[in-house]
Design a protein around this ligand. Sequence first.
Ligand code: PLP
Length: 452
Amino acid sequence: MRTPPLASGPEGPGALGPLLDTVLDALQQGARARGGPLPAGGPDAVTERIREALGDVLPDKGDRHALHVLVRAFAQGAADPADPRCAAHLHCPPLAVATAADLAANVLNPSLDSWDQAPAATALETLVTGALAREAGAADALVTTGGTESNQLALLLARETRGAGLRLVHAENAHHSLGRAAWLLGLPDPVVLPAPAGTLDPAALDEALTDLPGPLLVAATAGTTDAGLIDPLPEIADRCRAHGARLHIDAAYGGGLLFSTRHRAALAGLEAADTVTLDLHKLGWQPIAAGLLTVRDAHDLTVLHQRADYLNAADDTEAGLPDLLGRSLRTTRRADILKIAVTLRTLGRDGLAALVDQVCATAREFARLVDTHPAFELHDRPTISTVLFRPADATDDTVAAVRRRLLTDGHAVLGRARLDGRLWLKATLLNPRTRPEDLAALLELVEGNTPR
Ligand SMILES: *Cc1c(COP(=O)(O)O)cnc(C)c1O
């Protein structure tokens, strides 16, 4: 077999063109074979088809049809977030332009652990993270793989600036990655405050901050994963200031509201946080991964400084080569910034705001449909783009069974959330192309699959 072509270099474009045609054709065939938001038949059926497409994982002789066969099976067995009936998670349909830009990052493969592997990517990342940090009222921002890594880094920076005995305080509504990060960093067990209304209660926080010995880190949430609720950020920031506690805001979901003049007021108080988690593979329509952690005081980042002679020798740094190792805990690091930069420039603030406003309006419309439908109960009006609902008079077991039936039949992907002691169906609406008739059809599907 002759040496396979490379993605970059003089023969790159010529080799990639036909391969991309193959991929696009396989994606189309796979989607057609699926015929819905996800494959019917559940895990066994999907595994069987993948097993068949894959065959021998590492055959002695290669197969030039593998690209088409595997991409087709991959697409046939996918849950497609661009289908209006796929609305379970903070799992967005990526923009075509962002995905195209990401291809360029794959082709050139810059690695952001040293300038000599990523000259343009370094400059781009510096400029774009700076601008996004300012957008959130912060001084600087690091690129991460998502909310989990951002939260972890936030806890690490807090521990390094405030001391090893740092204790995390958060409410029940916070993301599970925060507790895990505390465990990973060897911090004391977090203090978890009850959140009966679904958000962090400032009075309960005040009491905890009065009683607990420091140093303390409070983690608030702007856009809870289950319900899209936003903690009262200004009040929380006031309490933290009064008690000298550090504040982290997990805006993995809600951070996207910053782009919208109409909705950004919901994030008032964000600028008071020492660190903020943002996640543009949620309300930012980026392919995974596209996370950020903003820091209010850029000096906090000095604790991440690391020296490795082959990447950032002191004399290279002195001679003016950017020192990148302190921008992440990772070493090899892909240029996720390119697709973000291209998206911001292509859509502009207006274009992004229109997407944000659209999905929020879609959620309000879905909530209205639920609320006026006699067979359903609405949990509450949406704060962002999450709607919790359930068939009226159903048991929790029925709610769980409806969700699973829709999944295994390949009809719809809805999430679930336990709130107020009951199980709810969760629709996380992140698809700006979803139309009112899609929402009505989705509700009809749920009604038709609810056992009576
Ligand atoms: C999704 C989410 C996270 C985790 O982000 P990943 O990108 O999945 O790692 C953290 N916090 C909140 C509030 C989230 O919704």
